[in-house]
Design a protein around this ligand. Structure first.
Ligand code: HSE
Length: 405
């Protein structure tokens, strides 16, 4: 069967490579049907590439070719990927995508179009790169009521935090190293400020609870305020700081979802996820906790997931897979600051007495070089709004949520 690839960057070129180098394993999945790359769409020139004859700059070459039935969208960004994908789905072609931004912003419209035209729109690679998570959640865990999800969803920030924790590197130096290694998004703000993780939270929450969650409904805080002093206090208390996406079911029609740095105690499966690796912990009422771990980014890991979706589309070429979720609602995602109680790490200029009179008995933390007027401690469980009230009058240096995953 003829297929096409739109976007010949890191992931798109990986998709072509995997299709060409894994013919035998792919054909086992497609029941013998061979996948042939017929067109590659990219506005750039690749004169030395061995696929030079397959390149086109005109999307219509793919749209109007009746033999191309499955298309991989590895372009990234909302436009023109949205327009192209809608047109392909409308024409009855199946589309697979690694584009988390597009799915998070426009998922309902794309899924609706696939529904209407009987085509398939799959995006395993949009969350966790090569980690199987979308299909396990939509199939293997379907008997569960999902209670919550916590994930290390961004490799770049996990790499930066790991370098700060293990090598005592500053945030700025670790970010530069991540950029030099090519992990970071084109604009590192999307990684560092948590927007990339936020998009993945939207997709996981939509899948887990059946209604679309939009990025503007997920309060998002990145890691740029985390310092080596915070790392050191937490390390002394047997924990690590991770950028976590957290989703919690509150009732049948309310959830909370947020992205933020979080203290994870050693012993949690998430604490030992280091470097560019990702992990997603899903808490179901029947299965308990299950953790999905692997490479959340990179050429071949992400291509592995894209090609698996293409194989699934080839297998279901005349059948619509039952997959997707419904439109979201404005009041469906509630403000976690009022609704979720958790302990907090607090670092402030204060005396022990001042801390005790605001918080009662707390667990004080220490670090080498701690100034005598600086206190760091872990509070009891409370909402973020309650924390803010109790910290009135404090000279706060930083606060970090403590997770129970
Ligand atoms: N920049 C992303 C990351 C790539 O670091 O995880 C995969 O989404």
């Amino acid at each position: 069967m003829k297929i096409a690839v739109m976007g010949y960057g890191t992931v798109g070129s990986g998709v072509v490579e995997v299709i060409e180098t894994h013919v035998s394993s792919i054909s086992k999945g497609t029941n013998g049907e061979k996948m042939e790359v017929a067109k590659i769409l990219d506005l750039r020139d690749f004169p030395d590439d061995s696929h030079a004859a397959l390149f086109t700059k005109d999307f219509n070459d793919i749209l109007n070719d009746p033999e191309i039935k499955v298309v991989a969208e590895t372009m990234g960004g909302v436009n023109p990927a949205f327009d192209f994908t809608m047109k392909l789905l409308k024409a009855g072609k199946s589309v697979v995508s690694s584009n988390k931004e597009l799915v998070a912003q426009k998922g309902p419209e794309l899924l609706q179009m696939a529904e209407e035209s009987g085509s398939n729109y799959l995006f395993e690679a949009s969350v966790g790169g090569g980690i199987p998570i979308i299909r396990p959640m939509s199939q293997c865990l379907v008997a569960n009521n999902i209670e919550g999800i916590a994930g290390i969803l961004n490799g770049t920030t996990n790499f930066i935090l790991t370098k700060m924790i293990e090598d005592g590197m500053t945030f700025a130096d670790a970010l530069k190293l991540a950029q030099d290694n090519g992990f970071a998004e084109k604009d590192p703000t999307a990684d560092v400020e948590g927007f990339d993780a936020c998009r993945k939270v939207c997709i996981l929450a939509s899948l887990a609870f059946g209604k679309h969650v939009y990025p503007n409904q997920v309060e998002t805080e990145g890691i740029s305020n985390i310092t080596l002093e915070d790392v050191s206090y937490i390390e002394g208390a047997n924990g690590v700081i991770k950028l976590l996406g957290q989703i919690k079911k509150l009732s049948d029609d309310k959830i909370a979802a947020f992205v933020s740095p979080a203290v994870v105690w050693n012993g949690s499966q998430l604490a030992s996820v280091n470097g560019v690796f990702n992990a997603i912990l899903v808490r179901g009422d029947a299965v308990g906790d299950v953790c999905f771990y692997g490479q959340g980014a990179g050429k071949l890991p992400t291509a592995s997931a894209v090609v698996a979706d293409m194989v699934d589309c080839v297998k279901h070429i005349d059948r619509k897979k039952f997959f997707g979720w419904g439109e979201g609602a404005e009041d469906y995602v509630v403000d976690y600051k009022d609704s979720i109680e958790m302990p907090f790490y607090v670092r402030a200029k204060a005396t022990e007495n001042k801390v005790k009179s605001a918080f009662g008995e707390v667990k004080f933390l220490s670090r080498i070089g701690q100034p005598s007027d600086e206190k760091a401690f872990i509070t009891d469980k409370m909402t973020q709004n309650e924390l803010s009230k109790r910290l009135e009058g404090f000279e706060v240096i930083n606060t970090i949520k403590v997770t129970n995953y």
